[in-house]
Ligand binder design. Structure first.
Ligand SMILES: Cc1cc2nc3c(=O)[nH]c(=O)nc-3n(C[C@H](O)[C@H](O)[C@H](O)COP(=O)(O)OP(=O)(O)OC[C@H]3O[C@@H](n4cnc5c(N)ncnc54)[C@H](O)[C@@H]3O)c2cc1C
Ligand code: FES
Length: 263
């Protein structure tokens, strides 16, 4: 549980508020799992595995607050960061033949990692990405290079369909035979996706984001009300139908001090 120190081998600037940090390391992990990333002197935050091969892994990170701002400002190629993990549950591809991946914002990196593994297994992959505008869409080229059938939606219509990506999910569920839906992104989006999957009787797996401290199930920070489900150890990936039974799913989460934060 002690962090290992890894050198940042490359930093890819995807857009003004999103970067990909490349580490040459053979760390073993499954899609959906995450690391606790320690920015020395600042904080430690959970980040999912993005693109991953046997030789390297990528962490795709959005600039949202103190830790990620310090990361963007101070950490250069060649600097070292602390990494603990991998932690948490992973997505299960089961014996599906055709799947749909739905990613929004900083939830997109684990979808890319899952697409890699699915394509390796010969599974047909449809990807639905959503963002506020074209500039904020990430990893389109990477998904296309894997041969995925890519669909995009932007809130302002600057690329793809205008509106929420859940409209595409709804349409494609009617016109394609999908065996499994996997989603990571804003919780209201995941709630809609899980509800649509439930109605269509399609297997669905979602990835929950909750404030995390230990990352491996001992501090209780990430427990979900009612069930005590620990997002870091029993999740972050869980069955969509079970997520829908959690009373706080799509409604609120908790801050570092345990205060309720409405979604
Ligand atoms: C399992 C998991 C995987 C994640 N994967 C990614 C990823 O691949 N890419 C990405 O950009 N982001 C990811 N996140 C979100 C990321 O951890 C937060 O955006 C980040 O911690 C923000 O830190 P900050 O100090 O810059 O922001 P702050 O200003 O501290 O907070 C902004 C918001 O980020 C969230 N946050 C802050 N600290 C934590 C923490 N320790 N644990 C959980 N949430 C926190 C809170 O919702 C907070 O309101 C993931 C979160 C979880 C739980
Ligand atoms: S972060 Fe400590 S139990 Fe989940």
């Amino acid at each position: 549980m002690t962090p290992i120190s890894l050198k940042v081998d490359n930093i890819i600037e995807n857009n003004e508020t999103f970067r990909t940090y490349v580490f040459k390391s053979s760390m073993k992990a499954k899609p959906g799992q995450f690391v606790m990333l320690w920015v020395p002197g600042v904080d430690e935050i959970p980040i999912s595995f993005g693109w991953k091969t046997d030789e390297e892994f990528h962490l795709g990170i959005g600039k949202v607050g103190d830790c990620t701002e310090a990361l963007f400002k101070d950490i250069k190629v060649g600097d070292r960061l602390g990494i603990r993990g991998p932690f948490g549950t992973s997505f299960d591809l089961k014996d599906h033949k055709k799947i749909m991946l739905v990613g929004g914002g900083t939830g997109t990196p684990p979808m890319l990692n899952l697409a890699q593994r699915a394509v390796e297994k010969g599974i047909e992959v449809q990807v639905v990405l959503g963002a506020r505008n074209e500039e904020l869409l990430i990893y389109e080229k990477e998904f296309e290079s894997l041969g995925c059938d890519l669909h995009v939606a932007t809130d302002d219509g600057s690329k793809g369909c205008k509106g929420y990506c859940t409209n595409i999910v709804e349409e494609n569920l009617k016109t394609h035979k999908i065996d499994g839906i996997y989603t990571c992104g804003p919780e209201p989006m995941m709630v809609k996706v899980a509800q649509m999957a439930k109605e269509a009787n399609v297997d669905c797996q979602v990835s929950l984001e909750r404030y995390m401290k230990c990352g491996f199930g001992i501090c209780g920070q990430c427990c979900i009300d009612g069930t005590g489900f620990r997002a870091c150890k029993d999740g972050p990936v869980l069955d969509g139908n079970i997520a829908l039974q959690h009373s706080e799913f799509g409604k609120y989460k908790r801050s570092s001090s345990g205060r309720i934060v409405e979604l």
